[in-house]
Design a protein. Structure first.
Length: 242
């Protein structure tokens, strides 16, 4: 944001106000849950449709799919990628984010892969955390450790805290599993075993189109599938965005 002001006499000085980038994190302490697909498509949507200057950080210490997406796109098309991408799956990720915040409109971080220290560093300046999981027992089981790690990291957040949501990804509604797991995550009870469970803030929007998300890899799509619905629900896009 920029503005101008008249000084004494005819001298004019332009004053430039720079707002630090909002930091949004897609993270989970388990790979293969759909976080890179959400993070990259959200970043591309903001850059190509909303006109934001977006910096994407691939902080996954196990699989650098986001960084590969960018490299494969440039190699295969010879075109410039519409967002900046940095691979940085290291414990000082927070220092990189601190350096980048004054330079961009938004920073989106893809982080996870079972490295709690990098996950915590990614949340230092976060305002939003999205935790994708599938309707799968192994992913639900790891959700608790991800959530605890996020709660611990919240104590060291430098921007007044962050909002966090769980996102069901790769859901197949030809089966009853998405509904069963939605009930489990929001009711605080496992109906089969009777065990009490944590209650999570589960988004209404889901990432449903597994094959379409797979095909989006190494492209700059014009169809962002279910991602805009998720973004509107968490305030990354205004309501009514196409």
């Amino acid at each position: 944001m920029a503005g101008g002001g008249r000084r004494s006499g005819q001298e004019r000085k332009e004053v430039v106000f720079v707002a630090d980038a909002e930091v949004n994190v897609a993270g989970a302490l388990k790979g293969g849950v759909g976080k890179t697909r959400f993070a990259m498509l959200a970043a591309l949507r903001l850059a190509t449709v909303e006109g934001e200057d977006v910096h994407f950080i691939d902080g996954d210490s196990v699989s650098q799919t986001g960084n590969d997406w960018f490299k494969d796109y440039v190699r295969d098309t010879g075109k410039e990628f519409p967002i900046q991408v940095t691979r940085h799956p290291f414990d000082d990720l927070d220092e990189l984010v601190a350096d980048l915040r004054p330079k961009h409109d938004r920073i989106i971080i893809d982080v996870g892969g079972g490295n709690p220290s990098v996950f915590a560093a990614a949340l230092t300046f976060a305002k939003k955390l999205i935790v994708p999981i599938g309707a799968d027992p192994s992913e639900i089981r790891r959700l608790r450790s991800t959530w605890k790690a996020a709660q611990t990291a919240a104590a060291d957040n430098e921007v007044g805290g962050f909002d966090a949501w769980v996102l069901l990804s790769r859901t197949d509604h030809s089966t009853s599993l998405p509904g069963e797991y939605r009930q489990m995550l929001t009711s605080g009870r496992d109906e089969l075993s009777g065990r009490e469970l944590p209650v999570y803030p589960l988004l209404t929007a889901e990432m449903r189109k597994r094959v379409a998300y797979q095909r989006a890899y190494k492209t700059v799509p014009t169809d962002f599938l279910d991602v805009p619905d998720v973004m509107m629900e968490i305030g990354m896009l205004p309501e009514g965005s196409a």
